[in-house]
Design a protein around this ligand. Structure first.
Ligand SMILES: NC(=O)c1ccc[n+]([C@@H]2O[C@H](COP(=O)([O-])OP(=O)(O)OC[C@H]3O[C@@H](n4cnc5c(N)ncnc54)[C@H](OP(=O)(O)O)[C@@H]3O)[C@@H](O)[C@H]2O)c1
Length: 308
């Protein structure tokens, strides 16, 4: 019994996302430029999100070529007291052609120590803050040197510029090999009924074994779930609507989130909507645990066939 209790305590203490205060529903900032919001409007969105309990905001240096972080920094500057009550996540490592993150001829990945240090400093400047709560390598770099990455991350933590470190879009093998060098708080990955690769590639199994929670991006297929013409989206919505009635959920959209929250790897989920109501739908999904048959019914609708 004692062993079980201490094992549980250790698992909990390894929930770094929870330890740094991340909310289970995270507001994704990728599309902010499309939202055409002023800094004042974004400040309102942030305050309304936080009032719901969504206190974590996901960025990357390349979102809007740096403009998204800059606009968020302006929004934050209007109410500086918000900073201590929120968690800012950002990522770096992708250098698109001709962008502020690159200004290079060929789009490539860069996880060199010098580049990561400079990228974090640029993000901090744009966000008008002293630290990131969580910094992620955006995509695996084929030329990565894991010792160098670990060194860079440790140095950023020592300098107080980041509170925790993690990765995004890593395979289980890539995740485990870097985790052998430095603690990783998460692997931020795509997963939805439209994108099931993470199940097939054992991403969740590997994360569960490491007691690390994934952060899930494009949980609604980047909006594909709302398509009127996409056969798969229509089929999924039918299944989700049936289950929403069964579980007395306020919306079928909440069941789409419940499908992810029911996974045993204790995921955090990113929402990419400009509307605060969408964050509430994700929060409603957090309160629903689907039974096995119903979880598999959604998988069957997603695959268009029963499990073997
Ligand atoms: N690590 C990575 O490589 C990576 C890659 C992509 C994204 N991300 C992160 O993940 C976040 C979420 O990704 P995403 O934007 O593709 O996710 P998503 O939430 O699946 O899709 C958002 C899109 O769906 C639409 N939508 C309509 N109704 C919605 C509802 N009720 N709830 C949510 N969305 C609704 C949104 O439009 P409206 O605004 O009109 O609601 C928006 O266009 C991004 O913001 C970014 O922070 C990370």
């Amino acid at each position: 019994m004692k062993d079980e209790t201490s094992a549980l305590a250790e698992t909990r203490s390894r929930d770094t996302l929870g330890a740094i205060g991340c909310s289970k529903v995270v507001a994704g900032m990728w599309r902010v430029r499309e939202w055409n919001m002023s800094a004042a409007a974004l400040n309102r969105y942030v305050q309304e999100s936080m009032a719901l309990g969504v206190t974590t905001f996901d960025h990357a240096d390349i979102y809007g070529g740096g403009e998204v972080e800059a606009l968020f920094g302006d929004a934050l500057a209007q109410t500086p007291s918000l900073r201590g009550k929120m968690q800012i996540v950002s990522k770096a490592g992708i250098r698109p052609r001709g962008s502020s993150a690159g200004a290079v001829g060929v789009k490539h990945y860069d996880t060199s120590r010098v580049y990561l240090q400079a990228a974090v400093e640029r993000s901090l400047q744009r966000l008008k803050t002293d630290y990131l709560d969580l910094f992620l390598i955006h995509r695996p770099d084929h030329l990565a040197n894991n010792d160098e990455i670990a060194d860079a991350a440790e140095s950023l933590i020592q300098q107080g510029k980041i509170r925790a470190f993690g990765v995004s879009n890593f395979t289980p093998r890539q995740f485990d090999s870097l985790r052998a060098k430095i603690a990783l708080a998460t692997n931020q990955i795509e997963f939805s009924p439209f994108e099931l690769q993470a199940l097939d590639d054992d991403v969740f199994t590997a994360l569960s074994a490491a007691a690390v929670s994934p952060m899930i991006w494009s949980a609604l297929g980047g909006g594909r779930l709302f398509s009127e013409t996409d056969e798969l989206a229509v089929r999924l919505r039918q299944e989700l609507t049936t289950l929403a009635e069964k579980y007395n959920a306020p919306s079928w959209i909440s069941i789409a989130y419940a499908w992810i929250f029911t996974l045993p790897c204790a995921p955090y989920v990113l929402v990419g909507s400009r509307r605060v109501e969408s964050l509430q739908q994700a929060l409603d999904g957090l309160g629903v645990r689907l039974n096995r048959e119903d979880w598999y019914a959604i998988l069957e609708a997603a695959r268009g066939k029963p499990v073997p």
